[in-house]
Write a protein that binds this ligand. Structure first.
Ligand SMILES: Nc1nc2c(c(=O)[nH]1)N[C@H]1C(S)=C(S)[C@@H](COP(=O)(O)O)O[C@H]1N2
Ligand SMILES: [Mo]
Length: 231
């Protein structure tokens, strides 16, 4: 293993995690509206020009020689890819919007990387796989349905607006899933696990919605945000 080469600097932002957990419990930011995908800005969001940084406080530093991507779980052909093996896969370039649950949206981000479909074809998930679990180098986890990971606008990206994705934004490689809230787009991706069973991740077990569709304003778990709906 090459984990010894990966530096985890910083510390868990316990207060930030507590306050985001409280947002979920209080149902903060909820407008109660829904919108069609044809409406570009989802309900309760505002557009920003900058690109905010959000993480748990630990930004791993992963030298490319030590970087590995494990693609495994309930698949026929699990693989472990080194950086040059990954970047030699067929490339895609996509322009997408970002919608963060903390209510900012950023339009027209140009990503370059490898399509999720390329990875799926490579490992051949078993027919009963329904979920994909992302495991990141900072220990963060998040889950999405396989159907959403398979969408044609989903990729694992190493470049943003023509330059390598910076460490603060999840470089060397992050997931990008434009149609879900951005917490589903794991930074510093280490492992893509295909699973028959769902496995809720870091925010999903702390009051955030298990699916997270911005146009349906699925910010929080229904039970956690019930307080607001009753008000
Ligand atoms: N590994 C990892 N991925 C993560 C997070 C994290 O803390 N660790 N935070 C999530 C959240 S809540 C958001 S909004 C986006 C933020 O990405 P950005 O910092 O590039 O804007 O990353 C998501 N992916
Ligand atoms: Mo977020």
């Amino acid at each position: 293993m090459t984990d010894d080469d990966v530096t985890l600097s910083g510390r868990l932002k316990d207060k930030l995690i507590d306050s985001k957990q409280k947002w979920a419990a209080d149902g903060r930011l909820l407008t109660g509206e829904t919108a069609a995908h044809s409406q570009r800005l989802p309900p309760g969001q505002r557009r920003v020009e900058n690109w905010p940084v959000l993480d748990l406080g630990i930004q791993p530093e992963i030298p490319l020689h030590a970087w590995r991507l494990f693609v495994d779980g309930e698949v026929e052909k699990p693989v472990t890819l080194k950086w040059d093996e990954f970047t030699n896969l067929p490339k895609v370039k996509l322009t997408t919007d970002i919608h963060c649950v903390t209510a900012w949206s950023r339009y027209d981000n140009v990503w370059e990387g490898v399509s999720a479909r390329t990875l799926i074809d490579l490992v051949e998930p078993r027919a009963d796989v329904r979920h994909v679990i992302f495991h990141a180098y900072d220990t963060y986890k998040t889950n999405v349905p396989l159907a959403d990971f398979s969408a044609d606008d989903v990729l694992l990206a190493w470049s943003w607006n023509g330059r390598p994705i910076g460490r603060e934004h999840g470089g060397p490689l992050r997931v990008v899933i434009p149609k879900l809230y951005f917490w589903k787009s794991a930074k510093w991706i280490k492992r893509v696990e295909f699973s028959v069973l769902d496995k809720p991740g870091f925010w999903e077990v702390r009051g955030y919605h298990n699916y997270g569709d911005p146009w349906l304003e699925q910010r929080y778990d229904d039970e956690a945000s019930q307080g607001l709906q009753e008000m």
